[in-house]
Design a protein around this ligand. Structure first.
Ligand code: DC
Length: 223
């Protein structure tokens, strides 16, 4: 049986950075499920599918094939045969992913893919519904969060470092909206699983969070 570590939490809590580091240290495969929702969102945007039209979105899902592969240890998302990793990190795609991930056709398709991978492989999977829905039997479940202010400041610094001009207040507003949508949707909303351990990274650096999660992995599963 494979060992599964689930990391859930809101946008900007540092899930992917932490999960990637941890996966490297433990020699597990890191699965970024948000990237899959982003690839679906890219398809809908490129095909001008109206995000409000659930019927059309559900129909279009049948034309979308998403798979993942690895290049130098980095997850690559393949959308209908094309590697789209370079195209899915924008704010526009993040927004569209949050909006279209509310639909059951979108979720069913991606959850199946995620479960298939985790069944055969030791994984650290991050997302919004991993501990509650995708991997309810994961040996370790972490709910990683941080204050809105901290998450917005991290995102602001990231964008500034890339030379993208932005307003801190705007980013805070986007994060609050995204949190609300992800936490209040009908299907698999973002919430802490009953058996997940809460880690608040507001006042911790990356190495501190990795060390804390490693401690939890040891305690819960002897990893
Ligand atoms: O983690 P991220 O910012 O790349 O995710 C983008 C959006 O995808 C997020 O706002 C909600 C959706 N998502 C989801 O519904 N379930 C997941 N397991 C991962 C992401």
């Amino acid at each position: 049986m494979s060992i599964n570590i689930a990391i859930d939490g809101p946008a900007g809590a540092g899930k992917s950075t932490i999960a990637k580091k941890l996966a490297e240290e433990l020699s597990y495969v890191y699965i970024d499920t948000g990237a899959m929702y982003r690839a679906m969102a890219l398809y809908f945007l490129e095909h001008q599918v109206d995000a409000e039209n659930e019927e059309k979105i559900s129909r279009e899902c049948r034309n979308v094939e998403i798979t993942i592969s690895y290049e130098n240890g980095e997850q690559q998302v393949i959308l209908n045969g094309v590697n789209v990793n370079g195209k899915i990190r924008s704010e526009e795609i993040g927004h569209m992913a949050s909006v279209t991930s509310v639909y059951s056709a979108v979720r069913t398709k991606l959850v199946e893919l995620q479960q298939e991978i985790a069944e055969k492989t030791d994984v650290i999977m991050d997302g919004r519904d991993i501990g509650t829905c995708v991997l309810p039997n994961a040996q370790v479940k972490i709910y990683l969060t941080a204050s809105v202010e901290t998450r917005a400041k991290r995102r602001f610094d990231e964008l500034m470092a890339k030379g993208v001009s932005c307003e801190l207040k705007e980013i805070e507003k986007d994060i609050e909206e995204r949190d609300y949508r992800d936490m209040h949707r009908e299907i698999s909303p973002l919430k802490q699983a009953n058996d997940a351990v809460l880690v608040d990274s507001s006042n911790m650096d990356i190495d501190g969070v990795v060390a804390e999660i490693k401690r939890i992995c040891k305690e819960k599963a002897g990893i």
